[in-house]
Design a protein around this ligand. Structure first.
Ligand SMILES: [Zn+2]
Ligand SMILES: [Zn+2]
Length: 304
């Protein structure tokens, strides 16, 4: 009996060593579908807000305001709240974010919380609302360029370094993933196991401006996920349809059959394998996303 108990204990120990964080991930729910842009724009809010859980919010800009219809994320720690991106053209993002923060403060019986605004990367469809936060009290906006990102988060060895930024009992890991742009980074929330990947990994066309950098970044990102619990990989857009290998054309506002927002760590591994075996940069369709090669010239403009 004693031997059996010892064995059971050993087995339990081995299992917990393999999955040390199984019990600690905070749960949340994703909707089956997010609104896109229409069919009746008069019925649509500029931002659709979904509570993944009480401290993690997903905002989606309506396609009626801009076909890019990006996703934004608002994450609360006990000391700070972080906004990931400020949306694309024609939206009153500050109003939506302020309303959400006010509601959170009331529910948590608090009067204030500092806001930190960061960006997945510098493209126009993710920074358009920046000016609306310029005069917001108690707010730090990290400018959307590589030098500002490095300085604010203390990167010494970009892109071969992971930095951690604590929102107050909520450490967020920043993983540099240049290639779509030079300043792209992923954000891993240890509390929910959610990995935000911006325009670098999402169900749609992954525009690559620097192929070698992109390839190396996805390889590092796959390695980063290997020993983590990844609940969801959430990007900034959806362009894919529910039909494998098929995407909506650029500029589509109303997407009644769009792919779900979430990808998995498996998609990152699949993308890594595809890139590692690619001798020459070329456009390649995978089941849930497309690697789309663009010249370096694209990086300067308003890209996706
Ligand atoms: Zn974009
Ligand atoms: Zn982009």
């Amino acid at each position: 009996m004693r031997r059996l108990a010892g064995f059971t204990l050993l087995l339990a120990g081995a299992l917990s060593a393999q999955t040390p964080e199984t019990q600690t991930l905070e749960k949340g729910k994703l909707p089956e579908h997010f609104p896109t842009g229409g069919p009746n724009c008069l019925e649509m809010q500029e931002y659709y807000i979904h509570a993944y859980n009480p401290s993690f919010y997903i905002l989606r800009q309506s396609g009626c305001t801009d076909y890019e219809k990006p996703f934004l994320y608002l994450i609360f720690g006990s000391d700070k709240v972080m906004l990931w991106d400020t949306g694309s053209r024609n939206s009153r993002v500050r109003e939506a974010v302020d309303r959400l923060i006010d509601r959170w403060l009331k529910e948590n019986k608090r009067t204030s919380i500092p806001l930190v605004v960061v960006h997945s990367h510098k493209h126009g469809d993710h920074i358009w609302g920046d000016s609306q936060f310029a005069d917001r009290p108690d707010t730090t906006l990290v400018k959307p360029d590589l030098a500002s990102v490095k300085a604010f988060f203390g990167f010494q060895n970009w892109p071969d370094e992971v930095r951690t930024f604590d929102l107050g009992g909520r450490p967020m890991d920043l993983v540099p993933i240049p290639g779509h742009t030079d300043d792209s980074f992923a954000l891993y929330d240890r509390q929910t196991g959610i990995l935000l990947t911006g325009d670098t990994v999402y169900p749609g066309r992954l525009y690559v401006s620097d192929f070698e950098a992109f390839k190396a970044s996805i390889h590092r990102l796959a390695a980063f996920t290997a020993d983590k619990q990844i609940a969801h990989v959430l990007g900034n857009h959806i362009e894919q349809t529910t039909t494998p290998f098929v995407d909506y054309p650029t500029g589509t506002k109303y997407q009644p059959d769009e792919h779900e927002l979430a990808l998995s760590a498996g998609n990152v591994v699949e993308l890594d394998r595809a890139l590692q075996s690619m001798k020459e940069p070329k456009t390649l369709k995978l089941r849930d996303l497309t690697i789309s090669i663009r010249g370096p010239a694209r990086g300067a403009g308003r890209g996706q």
